[in-house]
Ligand binder design. Sequence first.
Ligand code: GLY
Length: 569
Amino acid sequence: MPALRLIFLSFLVGVWAAACGTDGRRPLPTPDLLSSGTGFRQAAVVCAHPLAAKAGRLALLFGGNAVDAAVAVHFALAVVYPNAGNLGGGGFMMYRPAAGQVYCLDFREVAPQAAHRTLFLDNKGRPVPGLSTETALAAGVPGSVAGLAEAHRRFGRLPWYWLLKPAVHLAEKGFPVTARQAEELNENAPLFRERNPKCPPFVAPRPEGWQAGDTLRQPELARALLGLAQEGPSCFYTGWIADSLEAWMRAHGGLITRADLQAYRPVWRRPLHVLLDTLDLWAPPPPSAGGLSVLQMLRLQSLLRWPPQSLHHPEMVWRYCHAAHLAFEDRYLYAADPDHLPVPVELLLDSAYLLRRYRTLELHRFAPWPGRGSAAFHESTTHFSIADAEGGLLALTTTLNDSYGSRLCVCGAGFLLNNEMDDFSVAPGVKNLYGLPGSPRNAVAPGRRMVSSMAPILVERRGRPFLAVGTPGGTTIVSTLYLTLYWTLVLNQPLEAFHSQKRYHYQALPDVLFHEEGAWSDSLAGRLRTMGLVLRSRAPIGRMDGLQRRDGLWYAAPDPRGDDAAEGF
Ligand code: GLY
């Protein structure tokens, strides 16, 4: 097939050029540049790393649909974006093929069969620090390989093997780390060394650490990817990778067995849907709580007919905080794995319910959640959006939970393990990595999926594909997506221009409005304080990578807060 060879060659040339010619620094685009955007006539992909975007473009160019491209992007990210790209994690995919029905695939990790409610507590019932984040016990049974394989089985068109080839190549030959990656890998080197008996490839081979442009090779991961490419997902769940993972778990005091891997199944779920005027919004249902929260907040916005106001207008911020408070409180009260406990999603999106809840909240502002709490934020997780040439649209968010997961690397197979078990409630009231208090409904139980904030979202306008959006950021996912959708759907602004807006986040516990540096002028900040809000600035929030259809083009909006990139044609 000469065309195939030509396209693959062009990809290799791209990889080669990147290896030789960039120091990985990407200056922050100015707001003007951002709002001019890049429009693609037929197909587009936007994700956390330029080389993964190229892998997606290649699949689209070769006639693949959005699911084919998602397979190529996902496995390329597992190599070039080890913070969150993964074989050892899980996620959610929303897909609207050209025919129009919207599908949701849940490939969230599950607790191993040997897991139990008190797994992370000592014999006095107190949480053991680090057990749910830094040890072999922190890993849920990975769902990503099964998820991507299931999406491909149902919708894919190009050969699975071919779609994984770029990832195999990037792992084997290596890729140039960006300046940001060099810094993050160097910061994490002590943890990689401390937690792994055999030093993983993420630690620089020389004492001064990584520098932008250095080549990161992952031979063990290349072997695992080649196994997956040749044998399919069985290699991971019943083949030699399953053997390696089980042996590794036994040696490190973990719980995951071959039986757990063999039993893992991704689940097609009925997506959540909200109709707002001419807009149809689609999001994953529980165990994603993020989708539900964003839709609750947007529905409230519409029911209460809040007037369109700039993102930083004090009244807008005040209403947002109330809506977020409601959403995070409902998450605590109701979110769970729906295969284990019923979650009343219809009620939670019902107009009368939302209005009643909101009015009560306005009367007793922020009263019901006692405690001060704190929140740490991690820009782990990653999201990509894809539009294909035949009219399909896809949004996929995937994660290892913390950046690089537990930093534990499976010997022989070269992939990092998630620490998703921390997303369970370790004990009632005990907070997870993102400061959320544990709810009894989200307790650890064998075979259960832990509640997630991940929320890839698709929007149709008058029945036609209009937006695909998503972001990392733990609990801040909810706020970044609410603000993105408010910006594009209520204020009718271009998606790309959203990136120059300073973001903010409120999750009720702690009772603090976190914001990016410079979000408000002194006088506006003063007004917010007189309204009773406590402000605290923090590092940049989220990496929203989305696509918007305007004037017959797909506009890609890679977030300049990371090394994110778009490709298309
Ligand atoms: N691990 C982050 C989340 O799923 O919300």
